[in-house]
Design a protein around this ligand. Structure first.
Ligand code: ATP
Ligand code: MG
Length: 446
Protein backbone atom coordinates (compact mmCIF):
# COMPACT_ATOMS: atom_id res chain seq x y z
CA UNK A 1 0.00 0.00 0.00
CA UNK A 2 2.82 2.35 0.96
CA UNK A 3 4.69 1.58 -2.24
CA UNK A 4 1.56 2.14 -4.28
CA UNK A 5 0.72 5.50 -2.74
CA UNK A 6 4.34 6.57 -3.09
CA UNK A 7 4.44 5.51 -6.70
CA UNK A 8 1.23 7.33 -7.56
CA UNK A 9 2.34 10.49 -5.81
CA UNK A 10 5.65 10.52 -7.66
CA UNK A 11 3.96 9.82 -10.97
CA UNK A 12 1.63 12.76 -10.36
CA UNK A 13 4.58 14.98 -9.49
CA UNK A 14 6.47 13.89 -12.56
CA UNK A 15 3.53 14.45 -14.88
CA UNK A 16 2.66 17.85 -13.45
CA UNK A 17 6.27 19.01 -13.50
CA UNK A 18 6.82 18.00 -17.09
CA UNK A 19 3.49 19.39 -18.35
CA UNK A 20 4.13 22.67 -16.57
CA UNK A 21 7.55 22.86 -18.18
CA UNK A 22 6.26 22.03 -21.65
CA UNK A 23 3.40 24.50 -21.36
CA UNK A 24 5.77 27.18 -20.13
CA UNK A 25 8.03 26.58 -23.14
CA UNK A 26 5.08 26.75 -25.53
CA UNK A 27 3.76 29.99 -24.02
CA UNK A 28 7.21 31.50 -23.91
CA UNK A 29 7.86 30.52 -27.51
CA UNK A 30 4.65 32.08 -28.65
CA UNK A 31 5.32 35.30 -26.77
CA UNK A 32 8.87 35.45 -28.07
CA UNK A 33 7.71 35.24 -31.70
CA UNK A 34 4.88 37.69 -31.19
CA UNK A 35 7.25 40.18 -29.65
CA UNK A 36 9.73 40.05 -32.56
CA UNK A 37 6.98 40.36 -35.16
CA UNK A 38 5.36 43.20 -33.23
CA UNK A 39 8.70 45.09 -33.12
CA UNK A 40 9.24 44.68 -36.84
CA UNK A 41 5.73 45.70 -37.64
CA UNK A 42 6.07 48.94 -35.68
CA UNK A 43 9.35 49.69 -37.39
CA UNK A 44 7.90 48.91 -40.81
CA UNK A 45 4.83 51.05 -40.24
CA UNK A 46 6.92 54.03 -39.22
CA UNK A 47 9.19 53.60 -42.22
CA UNK A 48 6.40 53.07 -44.75
CA UNK A 49 4.74 56.23 -43.44
CA UNK A 50 7.80 58.23 -44.34
CA UNK A 51 8.39 56.95 -47.88
CA UNK A 52 6.19 56.07 -50.80
CA UNK A 53 8.51 54.06 -53.10
CA UNK A 54 11.57 51.85 -53.16
CA UNK A 55 13.59 54.52 -55.00
CA UNK A 56 12.85 57.05 -52.33
CA UNK A 57 14.18 54.66 -49.77
CA UNK A 58 17.30 53.95 -51.77
CA UNK A 59 18.02 57.63 -52.33
CA UNK A 60 17.26 59.08 -48.96
CA UNK A 61 17.41 56.39 -46.36
CA UNK A 62 20.58 55.76 -44.50
CA UNK A 63 20.38 52.51 -42.76
CA UNK A 64 20.72 52.94 -38.99
CA UNK A 65 23.07 50.79 -37.03
CA UNK A 66 20.44 48.12 -36.57
CA UNK A 67 20.21 44.37 -36.91
CA UNK A 68 17.07 44.82 -38.98
CA UNK A 69 17.70 44.39 -42.66
CA UNK A 70 15.63 46.51 -44.93
CA UNK A 71 14.83 45.54 -48.52
CA UNK A 72 12.69 47.28 -51.11
CA UNK A 73 11.26 45.11 -53.86
CA UNK A 74 9.65 46.40 -57.04
CA UNK A 75 6.36 45.05 -58.32
CA UNK A 76 8.25 42.70 -60.62
CA UNK A 77 10.21 41.21 -57.78
CA UNK A 78 13.51 42.98 -58.40
CA UNK A 79 15.35 44.28 -55.40
CA UNK A 80 15.47 48.06 -55.54
CA UNK A 81 17.30 48.53 -52.28
CA UNK A 82 18.88 46.36 -49.67
CA UNK A 83 20.49 47.66 -46.53
CA UNK A 84 23.06 44.91 -46.30
CA UNK A 85 24.01 43.88 -49.84
CA UNK A 86 24.56 45.17 -53.34
CA UNK A 87 21.41 45.00 -55.51
CA UNK A 88 22.86 42.75 -58.14
CA UNK A 89 23.65 39.87 -55.80
CA UNK A 90 20.06 39.32 -54.91
CA UNK A 91 17.71 37.28 -57.07
CA UNK A 92 14.10 37.84 -57.87
CA UNK A 93 12.04 38.17 -54.69
CA UNK A 94 8.57 37.94 -56.25
CA UNK A 95 7.95 34.41 -55.01
CA UNK A 96 8.74 35.03 -51.36
CA UNK A 97 5.57 34.31 -49.38
CA UNK A 98 5.67 37.48 -47.27
CA UNK A 99 6.17 39.60 -50.43
CA UNK A 100 3.34 37.85 -52.22
CA UNK A 101 1.08 38.30 -49.22
CA UNK A 102 1.96 42.00 -48.98
CA UNK A 103 1.15 42.48 -52.66
CA UNK A 104 -2.20 40.83 -52.19
CA UNK A 105 -3.33 42.15 -48.81
CA UNK A 106 -1.06 45.09 -48.04
CA UNK A 107 1.16 43.32 -45.50
CA UNK A 108 2.65 39.90 -44.86
CA UNK A 109 4.64 37.89 -42.34
CA UNK A 110 6.86 34.84 -42.47
CA UNK A 111 9.23 32.98 -40.23
CA UNK A 112 11.79 30.70 -41.81
CA UNK A 113 14.13 28.40 -40.07
CA UNK A 114 17.74 28.15 -40.98
CA UNK A 115 19.19 24.82 -39.99
CA UNK A 116 22.77 25.70 -40.65
CA UNK A 117 22.74 28.66 -38.34
CA UNK A 118 20.18 27.20 -35.98
CA UNK A 119 18.47 30.53 -36.18
CA UNK A 120 15.08 31.79 -37.26
CA UNK A 121 14.56 34.48 -39.88
CA UNK A 122 11.61 36.76 -39.25
CA UNK A 123 10.12 38.72 -42.14
CA UNK A 124 7.61 41.52 -42.27
CA UNK A 125 6.53 43.04 -45.61
CA UNK A 126 4.33 46.04 -46.33
CA UNK A 127 3.23 47.53 -49.62
CA UNK A 128 4.23 51.09 -50.35
CA UNK A 129 2.11 53.68 -52.14
CA UNK A 130 3.62 53.04 -55.58
CA UNK A 131 3.19 49.28 -55.37
CA UNK A 132 6.73 48.47 -54.26
CA UNK A 133 7.10 46.23 -51.27
CA UNK A 134 9.14 47.19 -48.25
CA UNK A 135 10.47 44.16 -46.43
CA UNK A 136 12.10 44.00 -43.06
CA UNK A 137 13.94 40.96 -41.88
CA UNK A 138 15.56 40.06 -38.64
CA UNK A 139 17.61 37.13 -37.59
CA UNK A 140 16.91 35.76 -34.14
CA UNK A 141 18.21 32.89 -32.16
CA UNK A 142 16.01 29.83 -32.47
CA UNK A 143 13.79 29.34 -29.44
CA UNK A 144 15.38 25.93 -28.88
CA UNK A 145 18.82 27.35 -28.81
CA UNK A 146 17.60 29.89 -26.27
CA UNK A 147 16.41 26.95 -24.22
CA UNK A 148 19.55 24.98 -24.84
CA UNK A 149 21.55 27.52 -22.92
CA UNK A 150 19.04 27.48 -20.05
CA UNK A 151 18.45 23.72 -20.21
CA UNK A 152 20.97 22.84 -17.55
CA UNK A 153 19.52 25.02 -14.80
CA UNK A 154 16.02 23.92 -15.78
CA UNK A 155 16.93 20.25 -15.51
CA UNK A 156 18.77 20.91 -12.26
CA UNK A 157 15.73 22.67 -10.81
CA UNK A 158 13.47 19.89 -12.10
CA UNK A 159 15.59 17.18 -10.48
CA UNK A 160 15.78 19.20 -7.28
CA UNK A 161 12.01 19.59 -7.20
CA UNK A 162 11.56 15.91 -7.93
CA UNK A 163 13.86 14.93 -5.07
CA UNK A 164 12.05 17.29 -2.76
CA UNK A 165 8.75 15.79 -3.82
CA UNK A 166 10.16 12.32 -3.24
CA UNK A 167 10.95 13.20 0.35
CA UNK A 168 7.59 14.86 0.75
CA UNK A 169 5.73 11.94 -0.75
CA UNK A 170 7.55 9.52 1.52
CA UNK A 171 6.54 11.64 4.48
CA UNK A 172 2.92 11.85 3.33
CA UNK A 173 2.76 8.12 2.64
CA UNK A 174 4.21 7.31 6.02
CA UNK A 175 1.84 9.54 7.88
CA UNK A 176 -1.09 8.10 5.92
CA UNK A 177 -0.15 4.53 6.64
CA UNK A 178 1.15 4.98 10.18
CA UNK A 179 -2.21 4.59 11.96
CA UNK A 180 -2.85 1.36 10.06
CA UNK A 181 0.57 0.00 10.95
CA UNK A 182 0.10 0.94 14.59
CA UNK A 183 -3.24 -0.80 14.57
CA UNK A 184 -1.77 -3.94 13.08
CA UNK A 185 0.91 -4.08 15.74
CA UNK A 186 -1.46 -3.60 18.65
CA UNK A 187 -5.08 -4.23 17.77
CA UNK A 188 -6.19 -4.32 21.42
CA UNK A 189 -4.97 -0.84 22.17
CA UNK A 190 -6.66 1.38 19.63
CA UNK A 191 -7.76 4.02 22.10
CA UNK A 192 -4.51 5.97 21.91
CA UNK A 193 -4.20 5.70 18.15
CA UNK A 194 -5.79 8.19 15.81
CA UNK A 195 -7.46 6.18 13.10
CA UNK A 196 -9.59 6.92 10.08
CA UNK A 197 -13.28 6.97 10.51
CA UNK A 198 -13.62 4.62 7.51
CA UNK A 199 -11.57 2.01 9.34
CA UNK A 200 -13.62 2.01 12.55
CA UNK A 201 -16.12 -0.74 11.59
CA UNK A 202 -13.24 -2.84 10.30
CA UNK A 203 -11.31 -2.39 13.54
CA UNK A 204 -14.36 -3.17 15.66
CA UNK A 205 -14.95 -6.42 13.79
CA UNK A 206 -11.33 -7.50 14.03
CA UNK A 207 -11.15 -6.58 17.69
CA UNK A 208 -14.26 -8.57 18.44
CA UNK A 209 -12.97 -11.59 16.57
CA UNK A 210 -9.65 -11.25 18.32
CA UNK A 211 -11.31 -11.15 21.71
CA UNK A 212 -13.48 -14.13 20.83
CA UNK A 213 -10.49 -16.14 19.71
CA UNK A 214 -8.59 -15.36 22.91
CA UNK A 215 -11.60 -16.11 25.03
CA UNK A 216 -12.37 -19.40 23.39
CA UNK A 217 -8.71 -20.42 23.49
CA UNK A 218 -8.65 -19.69 27.20
CA UNK A 219 -11.91 -21.55 27.75
CA UNK A 220 -10.70 -24.57 25.86
CA UNK A 221 -7.49 -24.63 27.83
CA UNK A 222 -9.33 -24.36 31.13
CA UNK A 223 -11.77 -27.01 30.04
CA UNK A 224 -9.02 -29.46 29.17
CA UNK A 225 -7.30 -28.85 32.49
CA UNK A 226 -10.58 -29.30 34.36
CA UNK A 227 -11.52 -32.45 32.49
CA UNK A 228 -8.17 -34.04 33.27
CA UNK A 229 -8.49 -33.10 36.89
CA UNK A 230 -12.06 -34.37 37.18
CA UNK A 231 -11.21 -37.67 35.52
CA UNK A 232 -8.18 -38.18 37.66
CA UNK A 233 -9.96 -38.15 41.02
CA UNK A 234 -12.29 -41.15 40.53
CA UNK A 235 -9.59 -43.05 38.63
CA UNK A 236 -7.15 -42.60 41.50
CA UNK A 237 -9.75 -44.03 43.90
CA UNK A 238 -10.50 -46.97 41.61
CA UNK A 239 -6.83 -47.70 41.18
CA UNK A 240 -6.21 -47.43 44.92
CA UNK A 241 -9.02 -49.79 45.94
CA UNK A 242 -8.15 -52.26 43.20
CA UNK A 243 -4.54 -52.31 44.36
CA UNK A 244 -5.60 -53.03 47.95
CA UNK A 245 -7.65 -56.00 46.77
CA UNK A 246 -4.90 -57.19 44.41
CA UNK A 247 -2.17 -57.22 47.06
CA UNK A 248 -4.45 -59.00 49.50
CA UNK A 249 -4.19 -56.16 51.98
CA UNK A 250 -7.96 -55.85 52.06
CA UNK A 251 -9.54 -58.25 54.42
CA UNK A 252 -12.45 -60.45 53.40
CA UNK A 253 -14.93 -58.08 55.05
CA UNK A 254 -13.49 -55.03 53.27
CA UNK A 255 -13.53 -56.45 49.77
CA UNK A 256 -17.23 -55.84 49.32
CA UNK A 257 -16.94 -52.25 50.54
CA UNK A 258 -13.98 -51.58 48.22
CA UNK A 259 -15.82 -53.09 45.29
CA UNK A 260 -18.74 -50.78 46.03
CA UNK A 261 -16.33 -47.78 46.02
CA UNK A 262 -14.86 -48.91 42.73
CA UNK A 263 -18.37 -49.25 41.33
CA UNK A 264 -19.40 -45.77 42.56
CA UNK A 265 -16.31 -44.11 41.14
CA UNK A 266 -16.64 -45.92 37.83
CA UNK A 267 -20.23 -44.70 37.60
CA UNK A 268 -19.09 -41.19 38.29
CA UNK A 269 -16.48 -41.48 35.55
CA UNK A 270 -19.16 -42.62 33.13
CA UNK A 271 -21.43 -39.70 34.08
CA UNK A 272 -18.56 -37.29 33.63
CA UNK A 273 -17.65 -38.68 30.25
CA UNK A 274 -21.26 -38.62 29.14
CA UNK A 275 -21.59 -34.98 30.17
CA UNK A 276 -18.39 -34.05 28.40
CA UNK A 277 -19.50 -35.80 25.24
CA UNK A 278 -22.84 -34.06 25.52
CA UNK A 279 -21.17 -30.66 25.86
CA UNK A 280 -18.88 -31.19 22.92
CA UNK A 281 -21.88 -32.26 20.88
CA UNK A 282 -23.62 -29.05 21.84
CA UNK A 283 -20.44 -27.11 21.04
CA UNK A 284 -20.25 -28.40 17.50
CA UNK A 285 -21.53 -25.59 15.33
CA UNK A 286 -22.57 -27.78 12.46
CA UNK A 287 -24.84 -29.86 14.67
CA UNK A 288 -28.30 -30.03 13.18
CA UNK A 289 -31.06 -29.63 15.69
CA UNK A 290 -34.50 -30.80 14.73
CA UNK A 291 -37.08 -28.33 16.00
CA UNK A 292 -40.73 -29.12 16.38
CA UNK A 293 -43.74 -28.06 18.40
CA UNK A 294 -43.30 -29.33 21.93
CA UNK A 295 -45.70 -29.12 24.84
CA UNK A 296 -43.59 -27.92 27.73
CA UNK A 297 -46.17 -28.90 30.30
CA UNK A 298 -46.28 -32.49 29.11
CA UNK A 299 -42.48 -32.70 29.29
CA UNK A 300 -42.44 -31.18 32.79
CA UNK A 301 -45.01 -33.67 34.06
CA UNK A 302 -43.03 -36.64 32.77
CA UNK A 303 -39.82 -35.26 34.22
CA UNK A 304 -41.39 -34.64 37.65
CA UNK A 305 -42.85 -38.15 37.69
CA UNK A 306 -39.51 -39.73 36.88
CA UNK A 307 -37.81 -37.80 39.66
CA UNK A 308 -40.53 -38.17 42.30
CA UNK A 309 -39.14 -41.36 43.80
CA UNK A 310 -35.66 -39.94 44.04
CA UNK A 311 -36.99 -36.73 45.61
CA UNK A 312 -39.10 -38.55 48.16
CA UNK A 313 -36.15 -40.69 49.17
CA UNK A 314 -34.46 -37.39 50.15
CA UNK A 315 -37.59 -36.22 51.95
CA UNK A 316 -38.40 -33.66 49.31
CA UNK A 317 -41.79 -32.94 47.83
CA UNK A 318 -41.84 -32.26 44.09
CA UNK A 319 -44.79 -30.99 42.09
CA UNK A 320 -45.66 -29.69 38.66
CA UNK A 321 -48.14 -26.91 38.00
CA UNK A 322 -49.27 -24.58 35.24
CA UNK A 323 -50.96 -25.09 31.88
CA UNK A 324 -50.17 -26.66 28.52
CA UNK A 325 -47.80 -24.46 26.58
CA UNK A 326 -46.43 -25.08 23.10
CA UNK A 327 -42.94 -23.95 22.20
CA UNK A 328 -40.93 -24.51 19.05
CA UNK A 329 -37.92 -26.47 20.14
CA UNK A 330 -35.98 -29.70 20.36
CA UNK A 331 -37.75 -32.23 22.57
CA UNK A 332 -34.65 -34.09 23.80
CA UNK A 333 -32.88 -30.86 24.65
CA UNK A 334 -35.85 -29.47 26.52
CA UNK A 335 -36.13 -32.74 28.46
CA UNK A 336 -32.50 -32.47 29.39
CA UNK A 337 -32.94 -28.89 30.47
CA UNK A 338 -35.90 -29.74 32.70
CA UNK A 339 -34.10 -32.74 34.12
CA UNK A 340 -30.93 -30.80 34.96
CA UNK A 341 -32.80 -27.97 36.66
CA UNK A 342 -35.10 -30.29 38.65
CA UNK A 343 -32.17 -32.53 39.58
CA UNK A 344 -30.32 -29.52 41.03
CA UNK A 345 -33.45 -28.37 42.87
CA UNK A 346 -33.67 -31.77 44.56
CA UNK A 347 -29.97 -32.22 45.09
CA UNK A 348 -29.29 -28.83 46.68
CA UNK A 349 -32.38 -28.92 48.85
CA UNK A 350 -32.87 -29.63 52.54
CA UNK A 351 -34.81 -32.32 54.30
CA UNK A 352 -38.54 -31.64 54.05
CA UNK A 353 -37.95 -29.14 51.26
CA UNK A 354 -40.11 -28.48 48.22
CA UNK A 355 -39.52 -28.30 44.47
CA UNK A 356 -41.98 -26.65 42.10
CA UNK A 357 -41.88 -26.90 38.33
CA UNK A 358 -44.15 -24.26 36.83
CA UNK A 359 -45.07 -23.83 33.17
CA UNK A 360 -46.93 -20.71 32.14
CA UNK A 361 -46.90 -17.40 30.33
CA UNK A 362 -45.18 -14.22 31.33
CA UNK A 363 -46.20 -11.14 29.31
CA UNK A 364 -47.38 -13.54 26.66
CA UNK A 365 -44.06 -15.40 26.48
CA UNK A 366 -43.88 -19.12 27.35
CA UNK A 367 -41.94 -19.54 30.54
CA UNK A 368 -40.57 -22.48 32.52
CA UNK A 369 -39.74 -22.02 36.20
CA UNK A 370 -37.99 -24.43 38.57
CA UNK A 371 -38.20 -23.27 42.15
CA UNK A 372 -36.82 -24.87 45.30
CA UNK A 373 -36.61 -24.19 49.01
CA UNK A 374 -33.02 -25.34 49.18
CA UNK A 375 -29.66 -24.06 50.32
CA UNK A 376 -29.48 -21.23 47.76
CA UNK A 377 -26.48 -19.87 45.88
CA UNK A 378 -24.37 -17.03 47.25
CA UNK A 379 -24.44 -13.79 45.22
CA UNK A 380 -20.83 -14.03 44.08
CA UNK A 381 -21.38 -17.50 42.60
CA UNK A 382 -24.66 -16.83 40.83
CA UNK A 383 -22.97 -15.88 37.55
CA UNK A 384 -20.39 -18.60 37.77
CA UNK A 385 -22.63 -21.63 38.31
CA UNK A 386 -23.18 -21.73 34.54
CA UNK A 387 -19.47 -22.21 33.93
CA UNK A 388 -18.23 -25.69 33.19
CA UNK A 389 -17.13 -27.63 36.26
CA UNK A 390 -18.01 -24.78 38.59
CA UNK A 391 -19.48 -25.95 41.90
CA UNK A 392 -20.27 -23.69 44.82
CA UNK A 393 -19.36 -26.17 47.50
CA UNK A 394 -17.00 -28.75 46.05
CA UNK A 395 -17.31 -31.21 48.91
CA UNK A 396 -21.10 -31.21 49.03
CA UNK A 397 -21.46 -31.47 45.30
CA UNK A 398 -18.94 -34.28 45.15
CA UNK A 399 -20.78 -36.10 47.84
CA UNK A 400 -23.97 -35.77 45.79
CA UNK A 401 -22.11 -36.83 42.66
CA UNK A 402 -22.22 -33.52 40.78
CA UNK A 403 -19.76 -32.80 37.99
CA UNK A 404 -20.54 -29.11 37.58
CA UNK A 405 -21.58 -29.54 33.95
CA UNK A 406 -25.37 -29.57 34.33
CA UNK A 407 -25.94 -25.82 34.26
CA UNK A 408 -23.36 -25.37 31.48
CA UNK A 409 -25.47 -27.73 29.39
CA UNK A 410 -28.61 -25.81 30.43
CA UNK A 411 -27.07 -22.53 29.31
CA UNK A 412 -26.17 -24.08 25.99
CA UNK A 413 -29.67 -25.41 25.38
CA UNK A 414 -31.23 -22.08 26.31
CA UNK A 415 -28.98 -20.33 23.79
CA UNK A 416 -29.93 -22.84 21.10
CA UNK A 417 -33.56 -21.98 21.69
CA UNK A 418 -32.93 -18.23 21.69
CA UNK A 419 -34.51 -18.14 25.11
CA UNK A 420 -33.62 -16.04 28.16
CA UNK A 421 -32.21 -17.52 31.35
CA UNK A 422 -32.67 -15.91 34.76
CA UNK A 423 -31.49 -17.08 38.15
CA UNK A 424 -32.70 -15.72 41.47
CA UNK A 425 -31.40 -17.18 44.66
CA UNK A 426 -30.99 -16.44 48.29
CA UNK A 427 -28.78 -18.43 50.60
CA UNK A 428 -30.85 -20.52 53.02
CA UNK A 429 -34.14 -19.60 51.34
CA UNK A 430 -34.06 -21.15 47.92
CA UNK A 431 -33.39 -20.80 44.23
CA UNK A 432 -35.54 -20.02 41.23
CA UNK A 433 -34.39 -20.56 37.68
CA UNK A 434 -36.61 -19.36 34.86
CA UNK A 435 -36.34 -19.83 31.11
CA UNK A 436 -38.35 -17.46 28.94
CA UNK A 437 -38.88 -18.47 25.33
CA UNK A 438 -39.41 -15.90 22.62
CA UNK A 439 -42.90 -15.41 21.35
CA UNK A 440 -41.81 -15.54 17.77
CA UNK A 441 -41.16 -19.25 17.93
CA UNK A 442 -44.43 -19.83 19.63
CA UNK A 443 -46.21 -17.87 16.96
CA UNK A 444 -44.35 -19.74 14.27
CA UNK A 445 -45.37 -22.98 15.88
CA UNK A 446 -49.07 -22.16 15.69
P1 ATP B 1 -24.18 -32.06 37.41
O1 ATP B 1 -25.44 -31.30 37.28
O2 ATP B 1 -23.30 -31.95 36.21
O3 ATP B 1 -24.35 -33.47 37.86
P2 ATP B 1 -23.71 -30.12 39.47
O4 ATP B 1 -25.11 -30.16 39.86
O5 ATP B 1 -22.69 -29.94 40.50
O6 ATP B 1 -23.30 -31.35 38.58
P3 ATP B 1 -24.48 -27.83 37.94
O7 ATP B 1 -25.82 -28.37 37.76
O8 ATP B 1 -23.82 -27.16 36.78
O9 ATP B 1 -23.46 -28.92 38.45
O10 ATP B 1 -24.49 -26.77 39.10
C1 ATP B 1 -23.34 -26.07 39.44
C2 ATP B 1 -23.34 -25.71 40.89
O11 ATP B 1 -24.34 -24.74 41.16
C3 ATP B 1 -23.68 -26.82 41.78
O12 ATP B 1 -22.53 -27.58 42.12
C4 ATP B 1 -24.24 -26.13 43.00
O13 ATP B 1 -23.23 -25.72 43.86
C5 ATP B 1 -24.90 -24.92 42.43
N1 ATP B 1 -26.35 -25.11 42.24
C6 ATP B 1 -26.98 -25.45 41.10
N2 ATP B 1 -28.33 -25.48 41.27
C7 ATP B 1 -28.55 -25.13 42.54
C8 ATP B 1 -29.73 -24.99 43.35
N3 ATP B 1 -30.95 -25.22 42.83
N4 ATP B 1 -29.58 -24.61 44.64
C9 ATP B 1 -28.36 -24.39 45.13
N5 ATP B 1 -27.20 -24.51 44.46
C10 ATP B 1 -27.30 -24.89 43.17
MG1 MG C 1 -26.64 -30.23 38.29
Amino acid sequence: MKKKINRYLLLTVFLSLSTTLLMAIAVFHHMYREQIIEDMKTYGEVLSGMISSGEELRDHYRSPDSDIRITAISAGGDVVYDSQAGNETLGNHADRPEVKEAEETGEGYAVRHSDTLNRDMYYYAVQLENGDVLRLSKEEKNIWSVFESTLRPIIAIGIGMFLLCMLLSRYITNSLVRPIEKLASDIDNVDGIQTYEELVPFITTIQKQHEDILKSAKMRQEFTANVSHELKTPLTSISGYAELIETGLAGEDNIQRFAAEIHRNAKRLLTLINDIIRLSELDADDMEVAFSDVDLYGLAETCVESLRLNAESHGIHIECSGMPCIVHGNKEMLEELLYNLSDNAIRYNRLGGKVQVIIGKENGFPVLIVKDTGIGIPKESQERVFERFYRVDKSRSKQTGGTGLGLAIVKHIVAQHHAKLRLRSEVGVGTEVSVTFSNEKEAAAK
